[in-house]
Design a protein around this ligand. Sequence first.
Ligand code: SIN
Ligand code: CO
Length: 394
Amino acid sequence: MATDTPSALLGGLSAEDFLRDVWQQRPLLIRGAFPDFESPLSPDELAGLACEDNIEARLVEEHGSDGPWQVSHGPFDAAAFAQLAERDWSLLVQAVDHYVPEVAELLEQFTFLPRWRLDDIMVSYAPPGGSVGPHVDQYDVFLIQGSGQRRWQLGGKVPDDAPIVPGIDLRILESFAVDADQDWVLEPGDMLYLPPGWAHHGVSQSDDCMTFSVGFRAPSADESITSFADYVGELQTTSHRYGDAGIAPCEDPAEVDDAALARMRALILDTLDDPAQLAQWFGRVMTQPKYVDQLVPNDHPSDADELVAALQDGEILERAPGSRFAWRSLGNDRATLFVDGDGLNCSLALARRMASLAPVDATILDLPGASVLLTRLVDTGSLGWPMDDEEEWG
Ligand code: SIN
Ligand code: CO
C-alpha cells in the first residue's frame, strides 16, 4: 500500500494521515475496513484451539458458578463448554495467527507499521451478552469484527491508577462513563482502533460474535531498563570499575560526596550510552517469540549440503509460526538479522530477504552466506520444512 493514498482499511485516511493524527492518540471507528469480510475460522474451530495443550485460552463468565466474572484457563474440554450458560460469557484465544495461516494473513494489512511492533491476534467468541467487562489495555489494538455484532462503548482515556473491581481475576474498571458519541454496534468487516489507556467495553449482540484483536507490543520502561542493563552488564569486564584518580583529600572520610556520585553517574551513563549495543539489544527484545517454548530446536544438527540440495530440488523452507524476524544495517552492506531473540551477522541483502515475507526457496542461495544462515535457523527451529509441520509445529 502506498503510504500517501487513501485506504479503505483506515477509513479513507492514508497511512501517513492515520499515523500522524490517530495512532497512539485517539480511537477510530472504520466501517467496512474489510469489505465482505468472512471470518477465517468458526466458533467451533476456535473452541477446538482452546482445547489444545500449549494454546493460551481463557473463558470469562459474567455469572460463573464460583461468582461474578469468573475466569478459567485452558486447555478446555467438551465438558467445560457444555456447562456454560446460554449467554454472558466469552472465550478468548491468544496468538491465533500462529495456528491459522488465514488469520496470520490479516497481519499483512498492517505493514505501514514496524512488524516487530505487532504482538499477536487474539480471537474471541461470545454468545449474546458476552464481554470481558469495561477495561483498559496498555497496548494499541485494532478490533476487527469477524462475524455477528458487538456493541463497543468507549469511556475516554483513563489514568493508570483508575480503580479496578477488587477480588476478581480480571481488571475491570470500577467506574465506566460511556462517551455518548462513542457507542457503536460493529458489523463484520468493521474495525475499531484503540490507543493504549482508552476505556472500552464490547458486548456481543448476536450468537455468532467473533472479534479479532490485532495487538501490539511496547516494552515498558521498567522492563527495558532492567533488560538493557543486564544485556550491557554481561558485556563488561570486571576491570571496568569505579575509579577516582585525582581525588581531593577527604574532609570527612564518611561522607558520600557529589564528586563520588558524579564519577559513578559517568560510569553508568557512559556504559549504557552505546548506540551499537542498544540496537543489538532492542532487535533481540522485539523479536523475542511470544511463547519461547514453542520454538522447537532440531534434535540433530542439519547438514548444510543436504539443505542446499533440498532447496535446489524445489523444496521451500518455512518460517516457523510465531517466529519473528527483523534487521538492522551495520553499514558496508552488512546487517544484523534478528530472529526470535537472537542476532546474526550477515549481508544486508540476506537479512532483508529473510525478514521479508518472500518464500525461502532456492533463489536465496544466490546470496553469499545463505546456506550457513539457513542451516543455523533450521537448527534453532525458526525455519522448518513444510513436511515437518505435523511433527514440529502441529
Ligand atoms: C473481546 O474480544 O471480547 C475483548 C477484546 C478487548 O477488549 O480487548
Ligand atoms: Co481490551
